[in-house]
Ligand binder design. Sequence first.
Ligand code: SF4
Ligand code: SF4
Length: 92
Amino acid sequence: MSYSIVDLCVNCHACFDVCPNDAIYKASTQFMINKNKCTECVGDHEDAQCASICPIEGAILTPAGEPANPAGSLTGIPPQKLREVMAEIQAR
Ligand code: SF4
Ligand code: SF4
């Protein structure tokens, strides 16, 4: 099973350097994970190194297809609160 990167990736390059299996590569528009090389970091680290270092919520998915860093997990801002604030800003 493999982690994956979706188009929320901002190409910060951070995950590329921490993967123990060189499974992460730069594709045309974003970084991607080679599913044949990803081991979920099992045997090397206690948690997925790419997901641990990624600064963007939702950019990396677990093998189950769930965000490894779901909305609010890195910013500490509850998703509902963020939606309210964004709506308020856009209404100005
Ligand atoms: S989970 Fe581990 S092995 Fe898989 S891509 Fe991320 S850092 Fe590499
Ligand atoms: S750490 Fe996250 S945002 Fe940065 S390149 Fe990797 S997937 Fe993209």
